[in-house]
Design a protein around this ligand. Structure first.
Ligand code: DX5
Ligand code: ZN
Length: 227
């Protein structure tokens, strides 16, 4: 079944516990950490993740858009995150880092910006629990979905099948009721949605709608065995 991870970047930062409650039934809460160096925006860090982890029982999916994740990522596991995504463009030693995240007890995930190809990282995939393909340039919510990323999603799904991996394939950026089916059809199974969830009248209902659209599209897709 498709997983939907609402991004709190589009939530009210003064009411994060309530905003987590508003998306009850979500698989993960997506937490965008930005340092104003790796991306031109600044959001939140370890103390906020610590408090949020105590305030909700939805597991935290931390997306680190920061320089030097080799140094910082392990501290986000200690802060209570269940999944840590670092950007390969910023990591000095991605294999060592993924192993360290897993050894500390979290899921290890690696992200690719739109201009970063998947092919050089084929041999790294068994070290990961999830791969994130950005469908916008990281830094801001509410941007338009880049459908030129669909072939990369498809090629990544082919690699996952070729190596018979238990790897989740996440997409992040511009995912909405208008774009989620194309992502699912191409091979994504974990969907981050910020404005499409928190911009909706009923965020929990928006999550259910997105999940239903994704489930239908993937059930009919080339990469599932259900047809
Ligand atoms: C962007 C962030 C996303 C962002 C997505 O750099 O990584 O998680 O919140 O927001 P939407 O869904 O509005 O594009
Ligand atoms: Zn994100």
């Amino acid at each position: 079944m498709a997983q939907i991870n609402p991004s709190i970047l589009s939530a009210d930062f003064a009411r994060l516990a309530d905003e987590a409650e508003a998306v009850r039934g979500s698989d993960w809460l997506h937490v965008d950490v930005m340092d104003n160096h790796f991306v031109p925006n600044l959001t939140l860090g370890i103390p906020v993740v610590e408090s949020l982890a105590r305030a909700t029982d939805i597991p935290l999916d931390c997306h680190l858009m920061i320089e030097d994740p080799d140094r910082w990522a392990p501290q986000y596991v200690e802060a209570g995150a269940g999944s840590i995504t670092f950007h390969v463009e910023a990591a000095a030693a991605p294999v060592r880092l993924a192993r360290e995240i897993r050894a500390k007890g979290a899921r290890a995930s690696m992200a690719l910006k739109p201009g970063t190809p998947i092919e050089p990282y084929e041999d790294l995939l068994p070290e990961l629990d999830m791969l994130l393909i950005m469908t916008v340039e990281p830094g801001f919510g509410g941007q338009a979905f880049l459908d030129i990323m669909l072939p990369k999603i498809r090629r990544t799904r082919e690699l996952i099948a070729k190596h018979d991996l238990e790897l989740w394939l996440q997409v992040d950026g511009g995912v909405s009721a208008a774009t989620i089916e194309r992502c699912a059809e191409a091979g994504a199974d974990v969907f981050v949605a910020g404005s499409a969830v928190y911009g909706a009248e009923d965020p929990a209902q928006a999550v259910r709608n997105l999940r239903e659209l994704a489930d239908k599209a993937s059930a009919e897709a080339w990469w599932t065995c259900e047809h």
